[in-house]
Design a protein. Structure first.
Ligand code: URA
Length: 444
């Protein structure tokens, strides 16, 4: 009997839950090669909009996530013989956490076979950042990937089309039908890929604020709850940390620029707030993987940075992925932009706002991200902040330096940044980067 997609659209439109068979049939139709079984884009789009407007129940979301996970290859890591961890950010500006956390975790004895993506909209992607390292490839054959994880403790590959392929189709439709911002759909999209990647311990960095998909804490908490439920249903250990994206993370935004900042942190320099954040996140993951109490894991993570062992793991990974490992010693080997311009404060006071969405969009205008899917990116482009949330500044002090290939790009970004930084007469309250933490182990 032919799959009744109209019935699925009708039920979701009226807020009536779909059965498990309906959801699995729908996901099968998303990737079906046979035209008689494939569900056309217009029906999928109608259903996605119905989900956006009416939502899904927790059970429907869990079934959708599992069906999307099973739409392609699932990975297994028993051969590593040790704890296998993963970390996922829901997307932010200046978020180079993976480049710092993964070598720390590897240096502390856990494995991180990491599948990552490219930048999306105004948010950056780990693959674009790593590919700014001369020679580095993220298209690794499975054997090479495994052997590098065994040697270096981690490797970072581009997510292949075989992993949760239903998400690839649905995500592309959501992108052009204004249906990205649905919490159940975001949960299914992220968790289908995470579960297919096969880690035992998953740390979710749920960004919240102006530069994130989740603009407020209530939505971020709801997304966390759903993702933790999906992980638990699949027998995975998962923690979600809500982290601030009302301001960029760290001081550098852009691909080679973020690699620079990550290396600086692993050399015990860089932005102290970013360094402490990455050590906190690494400690969280190590504690989940059974490496000790949170405090003991924090000390291990801090020692891995202070001793240079984490930097050595980054160097091994870069070399294993055919990049120039000398960048870990000599940052001038990374690509840089041809033009730069300093952007200054027009009044004195305290920085009380750093709109990360506007700053992310400006970095795209500078060439650090893509306006359209096929656009090339400029690895050297981006922004280096000279002041951050809470800094005291005088009129005329530098707030940031913009880097791009042309003066026209600097003009466009400078124009778009006019309202990105708020300078006020009084100092703002301290704003911790970690806003909340939820553990899947506490779900009832
Ligand atoms: N990242 C994803 O992979 N999927 C979403 O839906 C949103 C962010």
């Amino acid at each position: 009997m032919r799959f009744d997609m109209k019935e699925c659209i009708r039920r979701t439109k009226h807020g009536q839950p779909l059965t498990k068979a309906q959801i699995t049939g729908l996901v099968r139709g998303v990737t079906a090669k046979n035209p008689a079984e494939a569900i056309p884009d217009y029906q999928l789009s109608a259903w996605l909009m119905a989900v956006c407007l009416r939502g899904l129940t927790d059970d429907e979301t869990a079934v959708l996530t599992a069906a999307m996970r099973d739409s392609g290859q699932t990975m297994h890591w028993e051969m590593l013989g040790g704890p296998v961890c993963d970390k996922h950010s829901t997307g932010g500006v200046g978020d180079k956490t993976t480049l710092i956390l993964a070598p720390i975790a590897a240096a502390c004895g856990v494995y991180m076979p990491k599948m990552s993506g490219r930048g999306l909209g105004h948010t950056g992607g780990t693959i674009d950042k790593l590919e700014s390292i001369p020679g580095l490839t993220t298209a690794l054959e499975p054997d090479a990937f495994l052997s590098l994880v065994q040697r270096a403790g981690f490797a970072v590959a581009m997510q292949t089309g075989d992993l949760a392929p239903a998400d690839k189709v649905l995500y592309a439709l959501r992108d052009v039908t204004e249906t990205v911002d649905s919490i159940p759909l975001i949960c299914a999209s992220i968790m289908s890929k995470k579960l297919a990647t096969g880690a035992d311990h998953i740390l979710l960095d749920v960004k919240v604020g102006s530069g994130a998909f989740m603009k407020n804490d209530a939505d971020a908490a709801e997304l966390s709850r759903l993702m933790l439920t999906a992980a638990k249903a699949d027998g995975r250990d998962c923690t979600a940390v809500l982290t601030d994206m009302d301001r960029p993370l760290g001081m550098y935004i852009g691909n080679a620029l973020e690699v620079q900042e990550a290396i600086a942190v692993l050399r015990s320099g860089g932005d102290p707030e970013l360094r402490e954040f990455c050590i906190d996140m690494a400690a969280e993951l190590l504690a989940m993987a059974g490496k000790g109490t949170y405090e003991a894991c924090r000390s291990q993570a801090a020692e891995a940075v202070a001793s240079g062992r984490a930097l050595e793991h980054l160097r091994m990974m870069i070399e294993g992925q055919h990049g120039d490992p000398r960048v870990t010693e000599d940052l001038s080997l990374l690509p840089s932009a041809r033009c730069s311009r300093v952007f200054c404060a027009d009044r004195s006071g305290w920085v009380t706002g750093m709109d990360s969405e506007q700053i992310g969009r400006a970095s795209v205008l500078l060439g650090a991200g893509r306006m359209q899917k096929k656009d090339p990116i400029d690895p050297g482009a981006g922004i280096v902040l000279a002041a951050k949330y809470g800094s005291a500044v005088q009129a005329g002090d530098p707030l940031m330096t913009l880097y791009a290939d042309t003066e026209a790009m600097l003009d466009a970004a400078e124009h778009s940044l006019r309202t990105a930084v708020t300078v006020s007469e009084t100092a703002p309250p301290a704003q911790p980067l970690i806003r909340a933490k939820y553990s899947g182990r506490e779900l009832t």
